[in-house]
Structures are given as structure tokens and as C-alpha cells.
Design a protein around this ligand. Sequence first.
Ligand code: UDP
Ligand code: MG
Length: 304
Amino acid sequence: MSLLSVVLPSFNEDEILPETARILRRVLTQAEIPYELIFVDDGSGDRTWEEITQLHEEDPHVHGLHFSRNFGKEAAICAGLAAAKGDCAAVMDCDLQHPPETLVEMYRKWQEGFEVVEGVKRSRGTESSAHKWSVGIFYRIMSKVTKTDMSHASDFKLLDRKAVDVLLEMSEQDPFFRAQSSWIGFKTAQVEFDVQKRAAGQSKWNMPALIRYALSNIAGYSSMPMQIVTVIGFLFLLISAVTAIVFLCRLIIGAPVTALAGAVLLMMLIGSILMIALGIVGYYLSRIYREVQGRPKYIISRKI
Ligand code: UDP
Ligand code: MG
């Protein structure tokens, strides 16, 4: 039978980790699936690493990586996949919001010959309607720019070894697992799941973090914001040309030049658009700068 590696990014999850490991072990053993569990401690400040060490002592199927600081979930997924030895590898949250039983369903799909098995959310659990609405807009944009339907996408996926190797070769500094794993193609199947309530602990997301995440991922897949700025530039060129003509005409016919105030306002508007444009270009430039620097995406300080 083929080995399944389960990658579990974990940040301050000491309350739930032993329970997650216990349930996964039970479910995978019952389904007779050979497995390894790879917990990636993303620089936790609680007892997450001690729990992983304890789990490893109880069960050699459990492996652990510990980051030197918090590098983020995407980095944790990369490190976990790089350490995975399985013929296929699954990525799932370690807070039991991704139901372990679905993992078995995904594995069966993989056995049927699918190379990417995506967990798609049937419902978004207990998220507020404002959250669902903003997430909806983000995924509509992402679906357009990645040219794949991401409206129900999640990080809960199972990948064949071939797909894992392709992902590991993608060396970008700001990886976005749920988009990359769709973007690479391969024979894909989907398995629906209901997002469960967090078994313990708290979500690590807040609004500023979500906005940063959304902007970074849109920029990672699309240069459209820069093109929008160009279009706005042309629009304002047109408006200023018309205003200038009106202004000149009024001067020629000797009409009072109250248009001056309008012209000043227009200049201020153009000035602010230019600054926003510079900001957008600067954002892309900073991303290129980070790529050129080529710093590691994560630093592993301990390994078991
Ligand atoms: N996580 C991580 N690093 C981070 C933030 C989160 O490894 O900086 C892990 C976290 O431990 C969990 C998963 O990513 O296993 C999803 O995080 P969370 O539950 O906070 O997100 P939500 O489910 O609320 O979207
Ligand atoms: Mg969660």
C-alpha cells in the first residue's frame, strides 16, 4: 500500500494537537492507509513543540519540524511538503476544521488515479456574513486571475507525488498553496466537506492580515492593478485636455475664469492618482526585490 503524508501547519495549537493526532491515527488505521503525520510548528509561543515531541515518542509515524520564528501558514505548508516521503501528500489544518474522514475519501480518489484531490467547502461554517461577503469578492478576483474556479477553494488537498514535486520546484517567495495547486493542472477531482467548528484555540486571522494576504495573492497572480492605473491615466489625460480647451475658450471670449478653481482641483486629483499609481508600482517592485534577494522562505530550527 502507498504511503500518505499528512502535512499539518500548526501555530499555537497545543490545546488541540494531541486530539488531532489521536483522531487521524484512528481514522487512517481503520481505513488501513499507511501514513506519516508531519506537524510543522510555525514558531509557536506555547507548548506546541513539546506536544509534537511527546506525540513522536508515543508514535514513530509522527514527525515534527520547528521554525525559528513564525513564517506563516504558506511557509509551513512548503516545509511540510518538502519533508513528506509519501507517494501522495495531504495538507490540512490541525484544528480539526477539516474533517479527517474526508481524508480517507480523498485517498480513495487518489487510488482511482486522480493526481490532485481538492477539498471544496460545502459551507463556510460559522463565519460572519461580512466575512463571507469580503472573502467572496476576493475569490471572485482570484478565480479570474488564476483562471480556475476558486469560490469554494481551501487548503485541504491531497496531491500525488508528481504534483508535490512540481510545487516544490516553484520557488516563489510568497507561495499561495490553494491557487498554486489548482494552477499546476493535473488530473483533478473534488471532494466536498463541511467546515467544522474549531475544536479548541482561536483563529489566527484578523482583518488587516486578511487584507494583506488578499493583496499579496492578487499581485502574485496578476499585473492587472498596474494596467488599471494606465487606463485611469488615459482617462484623466482626456478629462484634462477637455478642461484645458474649455479654459482657453473662456479666456478667448473674455468670460470670467472661474474654471481656474476647477483646474486646480483636477490637478490635485491627478496628483493623488499618480501617487496611488506609484504605490502600486512600488508594491510590485518590492515583490521583485524580495525575489531577487532570494532569502529562505522559512528556517527550520528543530526536527524530529
Ligand atoms: N497557521 C500557521 N501559521 C500561522 C497561522 C496559522 O501554521 O501563522 C495554521 C493554524 O495552526 C491552523 C491553520 O494554519 O492549523 C489554519 O489557521 P486558522 O485556523 O487560524 O485559520 P482559519 O481556519 O480561521 O482560516
Ligand atoms: Mg481554522
